[in-house]
Design a protein around this ligand. Structure first.
Ligand SMILES: Nc1ncnc2c1ncn2[C@@H]1O[C@H](COP(=O)(O)OP(=O)(O)O)[C@@H](O)[C@H]1O
Ligand SMILES: CC(=O)OP(=O)(O)O
Ligand SMILES: [Mg+2]
Length: 401
C-alpha cells in the first residue's frame, strides 16, 4: 500500500488546528481544533469527514499543554480508524512560524533543523515553542515517519533588501540577524495565487495586496507571484493592529515604559504581545463581539474598530505605492473572510485609487473565493478563504512522496 495521507499540525500559542488529508485528491478525512490549551476550559472539536459522515465531536475540560493536546488529537483520530499508527500516513507536516534566514523552502525535520527552530524562539516567543512541542510529540508517536516543517517566513525571503532591512546600524543588525522576516507566508502565497485564479490570470501576471486578518494580522504586497513587502518584521509584532498585539509603535515607547514606568523587558513584551491591540483598546479581541458592541453604541469598541481600520487603510495606501500598479486586493482569515464592516470601512474613500466595494456583494456570505468590487472596477477587491493546512499538506507531500 502506498502511503498517501498527510497529517497537518498548526500549533498556535494556545491552540492546535489539525487536518488529515488524502493527497491523491487533497480530500480531508478529518479536521479539528484544540483551543484554550493550559486553561480549565480547554475544548477539542473533532470532525471526521471520511465516509460521508460528519458527526462533530466535542470534548471539554482541562488540557494542560500542547503535548497533552496532541495526544488527545491522536486519540480522536484513532477512534475513527484514522490513528497515527496507520501505514497510509506518509508524513506529518508542521506549520513553523519562524525559520529565520536559513529556511526558504519546506524542510524535513532533523535534530539540527529542530535546534535552529529552537534558536529562533526569542523572535517568535508565542509561536515557535508550540511548534517545537508539536514536532517532538509527533516524533515520539511516529519516530519512523518523516516530519516536515513549512515555514511562515519562507514566502517572504524574496523581499528586496530595501524592504527587509531596518534603518539601524548595519554591523549591529547583521551581528544579531535583525531584519524583517515577515510571517503568515503560507497564507499570503496561497491567497495571492487563488486571487490570480479568480481573475482568470496566472500569478506571474498580477500584482496583489493580501490582507490576512486573523488573531494575528499582516499585509503583503505580491508582485507577479513574489512577495516584495510585508507588514510583520523581526517578530510577528510589527504592522497591523491585531487581536492582542499592538502592531507598529514608536520603539521609544519601550524605553519610556522601562525608564519612566519602571516596567521590566518581560512585562513590556507581555504588554505589547498579549495586552495590546483590540483587547488592550476595548477588552475584547473577537471582532464579532466588537461589532456587537459598536452596534450598541459602545464608544471604546468604536474607537478600537476605528484604530484597527485606520492602520489597515494606511497599509493599503503604502502597498499601492510600493506596487505601482495593483490588480487585486484580497481579504482573508477569520476577520477578513467574515467581517463585512471591516472590509467596507477599510476601502471607504479609496475610489481615487480605483478601489471600491459593492455593498450587496460585500454583505453576501460564501465559503468560496469571490469578488466584492462593483462590475468594471479598476482594481478587483476579493474575499479569498485561506487554507494554510491544505498548502502545508501539499508542500509536505511534494517533499516526501
Ligand atoms: N463572523 C465573524 N465576524 C467577524 N469576525 C469574525 C467572524 N468569525 C471569526 N471572526 C474573527 O476571526 C478571528 C480568528 O481568525 P483566525 O483566522 O481563525 O485566527 P487565527 O488563525 O490567528 O487563530 C477571531 O478573533 C474573530 O475576531
Ligand atoms: C505569525 C502569527 O501571527 O500567527 P498567528 O496569526 O497564528 O498568531
Ligand atoms: Mg491563523
Amino acid at each position: 500500500m502506498t502511503a498517501t495521507r498527510v497529517l497537518v499540525l498548526n500549533s498556535g500559542s494556545s491552540s492546535v488546528k489539525y487536518q488529515l488529508l488524502d493527497m491523491r485528491d487533497s480530500s480531508r478525512l478529518a479536521v479539528g481544533l484544540v483551543e484554550r490549551i493550559g486553561e480549565e476550559t480547554s475544548r477539542l472539536v473533532h470532525t471526521p469527514l471520511a465516509g460521508g459522515g460528519d458527526e462533530r465531536r466535542e470534548r471539554s475540560g482541562p488540557i494542560a499543554d500542547h503535548d497533552a493536546a496532541l495526544k488527545a488529537v491522536a486519540d480522536e483520530l484513532a477512534h475513527d480508524g484514522l490513528g497515527l499508527d496507520s501505514p497510509e500516513l506518509a508524513a506529518i507536516g508542521h506549520r513553523v512560524v519562524h525559520g529565520g534566514l536559513r529556511f526558504s523552502a519546506p524542510t524535513v525535520i532533523t535534530d539540527e533543523v529542530l535546534a535552529e527552530v529552537e534558536r529562533l524562539v526569542p523572535v517568535a516567543p508565542l509561536h515557535n515553542p508550540a511548534n517545537i512541542t508539536g514536532i517532538r510529540t509527533a516524533q515520539a508517536l511516529r519516530p519512523d515517519l518523516p516530519q516536515v516543517a513549512v515555514f511562515d517566513t519562507a514566502f517572504h525571503t524574496t523581499m528586496p533588501e530595501a524592504a527587509a532591512r531596518y534603518a539601524i546600524d548595519v554591523e549591529t543588525a547583521d551581528a544579531h540577524r535583525i531584519r524583517r522576516y515577515g510571517f503568515h507566508g503560507t497564507s499570503h502565497s496561497y491567497v495571492s495565487r487563488a486571487t490570480a485564479r479568480l481573475l482568470g490570470k496566472d500569478p506571474s501576471e498580477v500584482n496583489v495586496i493580501v490582507l490576512h486578518l486573523g488573531n494575528g494580522a499582516s499585509a503583503s504586497a505580491v508582485a507577479g507571484g513574489r512577495c516584495v513587502e510585508t507588514s510583520m518584521g523581526l517578530t510577528p509584532l510589527e504592522g497591523l493592529v491585531m487581536g492582542t498585539r499592538s502592531g507598529d509603535i514608536d520603539p521609544a515607547v519601550t524605553f519610556h515604559l522601562k525608564r519612566v514606568a519602571g516596567m521590566s523587558t518581560d512585562e513590556i513584551d507581555a504588554l505589547l504581545n498579549k495586552k495590546s491591540g483590540l483587547v488592550g483598546l476595548c477588552g475584547d479581541n473577537d471582532m464579532r463581539e466588537i461589532r456587537r458592541r459598536v452596534e450598541e453604541g459602545d464608544e471604546r469598541a468604536r474607537l478600537a474598530f476605528d484604530i484597527y481600520v485606520h492602520r489597515l487603510k494606511k497599509y493599503i495606501g503604502a502597498y499601492y505605492a510600493v506596487l505601482g500598479r495593483v490588480d487585486a486586493l484580497a481579504f482573508t482569515a477569520g476577520v477578513g473572510e467574515n467581517a463585512a464592516p471591516v472590509r467596507e470601512a477599510a476601502i471607504a474613500g479609496l475610489e481615487g485609487l480605483g478601489l471600491a466595494v459593492d455593498a450587496g456583494l460585500n454583505a453576501a456570505r460564501s465559503g468560496e473565493a469571490r469578488l466584492i468590487s462593483p462590475a468594471g472596477a479598476r482594481v478587483a477587491v476579493a474575499v479569498v478563504p485561506t487554507d494554510e493546512e491544505l498548502e502545508i499538506a501539499r508542500q509536505t507531500f511534494e517533499l516526501v512522496k
